[in-house]
Design a protein around this ligand. Structure first.
Ligand code: MN
Ligand code: MN
Length: 316
């Protein structure tokens, strides 16, 4: 096994299988994309260009006044979800997940989405584990934290993945577009872990998503920008950039420089591109600046979830 970029070996183990590398790359990809995008969240592409030229390094700042390499709710909620899943040996149990999300909220996180807060307040007050379906609230908050579900269920029947995905999603976000988009991302990650191609992703999960909900249609090589937290806007940008780029770095730099909900487009693009392009493709200058506690937690969870998915012991 080669570690051509040297420094990765400080935190990565050359004995990891390709699958373990891809799982860790997906988790580090999520965190790196979140930290990179956090700097430019809610800016317009022109404002980013004026301030930074091309934003391509871990510099912190942004409206949340982040430290360089600091992540936001996207990564933190994924880690909370992963802990809940590991604590139940692979099962996505709504009460366990809601309790873990609630504990995270008690810790005064740097950022909390409105729909997430509303859902967790309902849980706290009434024990609600599933928000009522809401046709008008199709935010990206369930999708941004979905990675542990993808890692736990990538070898499972589609029905198992869908049930697990909706269980975690509906604690805060109960919307058909959010469900469909999140399930598409889970399936894309599963294909990447199985060393599938981008064409398989386009022909399978992406085609299914657009067939069911044509609003997700995206134009190749056309540049939508300033994506809002609406799941459709978010995923159209993530999909277009992922399919039109050829490396992890190219994908992530392009997606965060579109501005808008950039930490979340960065997080979602990062998990898919990380699983697809692999560990050696993630620039060390980004990994080096990533919060070391987050870097360690992502690695530990990725490996534990992979073990669980491979052992056949996972309870769903
Ligand atoms: Mn965020
Ligand atoms: Mn965001």
């Amino acid at each position: 096994m080669l570690w051509p970029r040297g420094l990765t070996a400080v935190w990565a183990d050359p004995g990891w299988s390709l699958l373990q590398q891809k799982a860790v790359a997906a988790y580090w990809g999520l965190a790196v994309g979140d930290a990179l995008g956090g700097t430019v969240e809610f800016l317009l592409p022109a404002e980013i260009a004026q301030r930074y030229g091309r934003h391509d390094c871990m510099r912190g700042g942004g409206w949340l006044h982040l430290k360089p390499g600091q992540v936001t709710d996207d990564t933190e909620m994924a880690l909370a979800l992963g802990e809940a899943i590991l604590g139940r040996h692979g099962q996505v149990d709504a009460l366990t997940v809601a309790q873990r999300f609630d504990a995270w909220l008690h810790g005064k996180p740097v950022d909390v989405g409105n729909t997430v807060r509303r859902g967790l307040v309902q849980f706290r007050a009434h024990g609600t584990l599933e928000m009522p379906e809401d046709d008008y609230d199709a935010g990206n908050g369930a999708c941004m934290r979905t990675l542990p579900v993808a890692l736990a269920t990538w070898r499972s029947d589609p029905a198992v993945m869908i049930r697990a995905s909706r269980t975690q999603a509906h604690i805060t976000h109960n919307n058909p577009l959010s469900d469909a988009g999140t399930e598409c991302i889970n399936r894309m990650i599963a294909i990447a872990l199985a060393q599938g191609s981008r064409q398989e992703m386009l022909d399978g999960p992406v085609a299914d998503l657009i067939r069911r909900y044509p609003v997700f249609q995206f134009r190749r090589k056309r540049l939508p920008s300033n994506p809002s937290p609406y799941i459709v806007d978010t995923l159209r940008v993530v999909l277009q950039v992922f399919f039109d780029s050829n490396s992890f770095e190219e994908c992530l730099v392009e997606v965060v420089n579109r501005g808008g909900d950039a930490d979340t487009t960065g997080a979602i693009a990062g998990m898919v591109a990380g699983a697809f392009h692999g560990l050696e493709d993630i620039p060390n200058r980004w990994l080096r600046r990533l919060d070391p506690h987050i870097r360690a937690a992502c690695r530990q969870q990725a490996l534990a979830l992979m073990d669980l998915s491979l052992s056949g012991r996972a309870r769903h």
